[in-house]
Design a protein around this ligand. Structure first.
Ligand code: VG1
Ligand code: CO
Length: 537
């Protein structure tokens, strides 16, 4: 029997770059998670008898919200819920599960790279039938519903045993608990030449950061590919990620970085984030920026069985460096520049316009699912290394010699007061028209705009997606505010400089002029009171 629980709206349930992310304590308010989940279901059609996938990255509150969501799903007419054992599904595995089970959609419970625990972050994201994050039209409908919601629906039922595989009935709905790894591992075996990787005898270190990729990496890398026991570090998912940020960058994956810079470093180093959709790639003594990794993967993808037929196109988010565009041009395939966030890639992938997509934030993926996929990128790198028989460094150097090098860095100013961050962006927007022609040191502004994107498949337009300042000669700086934070504002400043032949420079030195110009243009120090960024990636 359906129970109707009266409720009142919360004003702060607008999904950001990737779902609704808030502090755990915010989610623990009465009706908070319930309101949002019910709003998702109110905003979508065809629920009757449909399948819904539910899984998360195992962070604090994961199991509780899954139990609540299962009951709400039953009350809203779903016929079946497929949930990962232990409540675990990495984001790419959830995307795959939605696709192979022909589900109407899925709830992905994660705040990704944000820390977890009772005082940290939680998140809920809705993915549609193609397995990808709901597009803006859907997230806007969900948000609109959160502002008017007056009830949520549930059923009287005990908690589901999430730790035992198999089917049970819950108020007329089937709940199926499945192994979270099996189907995903099978997909990876189809795309990549596991025999070649095994035969190459490579050594590697993989840091799962006590987050969701632990079980996936242990099964695929150690059991199926034969990498030595201990290759996967921090392989047990913990509700608080061991107190760390599960963010695979040079700051938070510093141990791995140290391992890879040591004299006895293994051939290949990688890490993934809280929900398993990001990847960090480090070769022996060389860090590969995510933008370069995207370009290098695209240039070499045909070496893996899943991409032998070539690529249809390459898509990158606007702040991602143009390195991938050069590969697309050389391959004679289209390239696309989308706003930040994976939800903009879904239509391009569905329409067969792009095969590989990526973001500077360490997200890379392809049309095999509709999310970015950390282990996929790791396996594609391994497949390329195995076939080419060269080191990461040799491959990177050859790539730069062929295409030139896009020096790149992102400077994050975290926990800035929202008013001050907004003031910076507002002032910057008001100055845009006056910037072209102005000089900052040796740099002359060629163009400046507020990035807007028109989706080539459905014509939908997304505005205010970040300020771009382009300099004569191909360097640029981009400013935008993060849409995934849960307290204050994070200003992201993306610096890029292209060099056709000077490929041996030090990235920090090569970008120093652009960093100085960025401050002169936007008044970063003046507005934020910060002398330097908190995180450089
Ligand atoms: C950040 C990244 C963006 C990524 C998003 C979700 O968004 O910049 O590229 O798609 O996180 O990634 P923002 O709005 O904070 O810049 V994840 O791994 O947190 O799902
Ligand atoms: Co993530």
């Amino acid at each position: 029997m359906t129970i109707t629980v009266p409720s009142t709206p919360y004003p702060d349930q607008k999904p950001g770059t990737s779902g609704l992310r808030k502090k755990v304590r915010v989610f623990q308010q009465p009706n908070y998670a319930e309101n949002f989940i019910q709003s998702v279901f109110d905003a979508i059609e065809d629920k009757d008898g449909a399948t819904l996938v539910i899984g998360g990255d195992g962070r604090f509150l994961n199991r509780e919200v899954i139990q609540v969501a299962i009951r709400i799903a039953a009350a809203n007419g779903f016929g079946r819920v497929v949930v990962g054992r232990g409540g675990i599904l990495s984001t790419p595995a959830a995307s795959n599960m939605i696709r192979i089970r022909r589900a109407l959609g899925g709830l992905v419970l994660s705040a990704s790279h944000n820390p977890g625990g009772p005082d940290e972050d939680f998140g809920i994201k809705y993915n549609i039938a193609n397995g990808g994050p709901a597009p803006e039209k859907v997230t806007e409908a969900i948000h609109a519903r959160t502002l008017t919601i007056d009830r949520w629906l549930t059923v009287e039922a005990d908690d589901v045993d999430l730790d035992t595989d198999g089917e049970t009935m819950l108020a007329g709905m089937t709940v199926e608990v499945v192994d979270p790894v099996t189907d995903y591992a099978e997909l990876m075996r189809k795309l990549f030449d596991f025999d070649a990787i095994r035969a190459a005898g490579l050594s590697m270190a993989f840091d799962a950061m006590s987050a969701v990729t632990g079980p996936y990496a242990t099964e695929i890398l150690e059991r199926q590919l034969g990498f030595a026991a201990g290759t996967v570090r921090n392989g047990t998912p913990l509700p608080d990620f061991g107190g760390h940020h599960p963010d695979p960058n040079l700051v938070h994956a510093h141990e791995l970085y140290k391992t890879m810079m040591a004299a006895d470093a293994p051939d290949f180093g990688a890490a993934s984030d809280g929900d398993g959709d990001r990847n960090l790639i480090i070769g022996r003594n060389i860090f590969i920026t995510p933008s370069d990794s995207l370009a290098m993967l695209a240039a070499n993808a045909h070496l893996a069985p899943g991409y032998r037929g070539g690529l249809k196109g390459i898509a990158r988010s606007m702040p991602t460096s143009a390195a991938a565009d050069r590969v697309a041009a050389a391959l004679g395939i289209p390239s696309f520049e989308t706003p930040t966030g994976w939800k903009f890639f879904g239509n391009l992938l569905d329409a067969g316009l792009a095969t590989i997509c990526g973001e500077e934030s360490a997200g890379t993926g392809s049309d095999h699912v509709r999310e970015k996929d950390g282990l996929w990128a790791v396996l594609l790198w391994l497949n390329i290394l195995a076939v080419r028989g060269q080191s990461v460094e040799a491959i990177a150097r050859e790539h730069w010699a062929t295409y030139g090098r896009n020096y790149y860095a992102r400077h994050d100013y975290e926990g800035v007061e929202s008013d001050r961050a907004d003031a910076l962006m507002t002032e910057l927007r008001s100055k845009l028209g006056n910037l072209p022609g102005r000089r900052f040191g040796d740099l002359t502004v060629e163009a400046a705009d507020d990035f807007a994107y028109e989706d080539p498949t459905d014509g939908s337009v997304s505005r205010n997606q970040g300020i771009r300042v382009l300099f004569v000669g191909g360097s640029r700086v981009v400013f935008r505010l993060s849409g995934t934070g849960t307290s204050g504002a994070t200003l992201r400043v993306y610096l890029e400089r292209y060099e056709a032949t000077a490929i041996d420079g030090d990235a920090t030195a090569m970008l120093a002029d652009i960093a100085a110009a960025a401050d002169a243009i936007a008044g970063i120090v003046r507005h934020t009171g910060r002398e330097r960024p908190d995180v450089v990636t």
